[in-house]
Design a protein around this ligand. Structure first.
Ligand SMILES: N[C@@H](CCC(=O)N[C@@H](CS)C(=O)NCC(=O)O)C(=O)O
Length: 207
């Protein structure tokens, strides 16, 4: 049995950032498929056993169960000594970007992709609203990356892995992110060049 078990599914960028961290760190890990599109995370029993918040990913490490990808990345950085902060200022900077990611950079994009690219549902006016929110949030990251190879400290950290959660998926969203955000594209290529990088659907099983 692998040392780490990651409850996840292929379409989940929130899970991918943790899978990528495990992979880049050379951890002994295995994915445990969560049947999200069949209501897996809404199952009351699953919530009691794995995550009261009803979300993937969940990382199992021995008796420990961790949820929230930012917390999991922080735990793995501490355990492995990789992709973490070198000092208190960097720790705060990493936390700042992870919070921005969870609140804006990922959350609007993931919602837009879910409705337009995966489930083909929702109100076109809502999609347009989400495109506006994605564009504003991604522009801020693109501007930051115009002057930096990585988000914090000039080297890849868990802040980069967090924001990289959704940048390799290609499902339709009605936004040409490759054309709009060239610095994000260049940064995503730098992450892709890291030893051990793998695409989301190669790391995690999908429906
Ligand atoms: N902030 C959370 C977000 C996790 C999340 O939203 N996961 C999605 C799958 S990609 C989920 O399980 N959503 C269930 C729901 O919203 O009901 C994290 O970073 O772990």
């Amino acid at each position: 049995m692998a040392e780490f078990k990651l409850h996840c599914f292929g379409e989940s960028g929130n899970s991918y950032r943790v899978a990528l961290m495990l992979q880049l760190c050379g951890c002994d890990w295995e994915p445990v498929f969560v049947p999200f599109f069949k209501g897996g995370t809404r199952d009351p029993d699953w919530r009691v056993r794995f995550n009261e918040m009803g979300e993937a990913p969940v990382l199992e490490h021995g008796a420990l169960k961790l949820t929230q990808s930012g917390v999991i990345l922080d735990y793995l950085a501490e355990r492995t000594g990789k992709f973490g902060p070198h000092n208190p200022e960097e720790r705060r900077e990493i936390l700042r970007w992870i919070l921005y990611d969870n609140h804006k950079f990922t959350s609007y994009y993931a919602t837009l992709r879910f409705q337009v690219g995966l489930t083909h549902q929702g109100d076109p006016a809502v999609h347009e609203f989400l495109r506006g929110r994605v564009t504003a949030a991604w522009k801020i990251v693109d501007t930051h990356l115009a002057g930096a190879d990585f988000l914090v400290g000039g080297r890849p950290t868990i802040a980069d892995l967090s924001l990289a959660g959704y940048v390799y998926y290609t499902e339709e969203t009605g936004l040409d992110t490759r054309a709009l955000f060239p610095n994000i594209v260049a940064w995503s290529e730098r992450i892709k060049a890291l030893d051990g990088w793998q695409a989301p659907y190669n790391l995690m099983p999908r429906d």
